[in-house]
Design a protein around this ligand. Structure first.
Ligand code: ATP
Ligand code: MG
Length: 188
């Protein structure tokens, strides 16, 4: 079995802006585990554990789903937290500009994965975000000052032109491996 998700990989310039905004806060939150910038991504669909025999079918379905959507202009926006800033499990930056089209792409990728027999279905509505940090305590963290400090963030727009199928290698240090990339062509 392999642990998979589908993601957008924002360009280094967009991520460098985020890194600059986050840097001053890193030291001040002992109850948060910050995600290393080289791991930053926008999850479009979480597929969970998938049998390797499913990969060829999965690739076909995901390529087809991606091909139905055109490239999108996105930007990182205000910070937020799941489930709320006062009980944060995950602190993130929002994604602007994708609108309904980005949600439809996420739904199409999930549907394609499901048809390939891959998806651990998640009923949660798609909330596009960039995870910055996760709480160490199970009950979450009061991250209101951090979320407020990131409220004004407004990054330079970037183009999302492809989606990546990514394998998670979990363990003492998480590693992501890009298995495939499919363009958003809008021609599918
Ligand atoms: P770790 O779990 O060790 O913190 P991780 O969360 O980065 O590492 P994965 O758990 O493999 O690695 O998750 C990969 C991506 O999918 C991350 O962006 C994660 O937030 C997202 N993800 C994980 N589980 C789910 C889920 N049940 N529903 C939606 N997205 C998920
Ligand atoms: Mg996880």
């Amino acid at each position: 079995m392999v642990r998979l998700f589908v993601a957008l990989s924002p360009p280094p310039k967009a991520l460098a802006e985020v890194a600059e905004a986050v840097e001053p806060h890193r030291g001040g939150w002992p109850d948060l585990r910050w995600v290393a910038p080289e791991l930053w991504h926008v999850t479009m669909a979480f597929l969970g554990e998938v049998g390797e025999e499913t990969l060829p079918r999965l690739a076909t379905r995901l390529a087809r789903a991606a091909g139905r959507y055109p490239p999108m202009t996105l930007s990182f926006g205000a910070g937020g937290a799941f489930s709320s800033p006062s009980r944060a499990q995950v602190v993130w930056l929002g994604l602007r500009g994708g609108g309904a089209e980005l949600s439809r792409l996420a739904a199409s990728l999930a549907a394609g994965a499901r048809r390939a027999g891959a998806a651990q279905t998640s009923d949660k509505p798609f909330r596009p975000h960039l995870t910055l940090a996760r709480a160490r305590p199970r009950g979450g963290v009061d991250a209101r000052p951090l979320v407020e400090a990131l409220a004004a963030f407004d990054g330079t727009p970037w183009r999302a032109e492809e989606v990546h199928l990514v394998r998670s290698h979990l363990g003492a240090s998480v590693r992501y491996e890009v298995l495939a990339a499919w363009p958003l062509t809008g021609h599918g």
